[in-house]
Design a protein around this ligand. Sequence first.
Ligand SMILES: Cc1cc2nc3c(=O)[nH]c(=O)nc-3n(C[C@H](O)[C@H](O)[C@H](O)COP(=O)(O)O)c2cc1C
Length: 152
Amino acid sequence: MKCAVIYYSLSGNTAKTAKAVQKRFGADMFFIEPEKAYGAFIPSVARVVKEKLTKKEPALKTEPANFSAYDIVFVGFPVWAGTVPQFMQNYLKACDLSGKRVIPFATARGSGKDSSLKTVKALLPESSVTDYLFTSMVEKPDVAAWLDKIAK
Ligand SMILES: Cc1cc2nc3c(=O)[nH]c(=O)nc-3n(C[C@H](O)[C@H](O)[C@H](O)COP(=O)(O)O)c2cc1C
């Protein structure tokens, strides 16, 4: 089973799950970067709010890749402003993941669980989006059990 992990992580939480996937499946890693990196928490929140209000989308540094060789594409992101960070949304839109099994995983302080999944599904209508994993300050899923289920 050939796996890829498309992910972004600013402060390391999402990266932990991404690395667990890599370790388990020997997945190829695709770290997605915006052209202008986000910095500390407060300035990043301020920037994201401003980008939303002004509808100014952050440009991508990472070029879309070819995922045709993969059986499963994991998509990991931190919840920002209640959903998938805008530049990640743009990256997903730019890639062809049609017909792929896509497994999203998100980390958050607490909000955005359902809206994030809804966003991923809306962005990838031709993918089979399954086995979503959401981690927050109160929800701590068993990552090993999640990986076991996927490996079956
Ligand atoms: C710009 C920004 C916006 C955020 N917005 C939300 C949010 O809407 N809801 C939430 O629960 N957490 C929010 N968070 C917290 C992150 O989702 C959470 O800390 C996540 O685990 C960080 O993952 P990372 O370490 O992989 O970057 C936000 C964090 C940042 C930096």
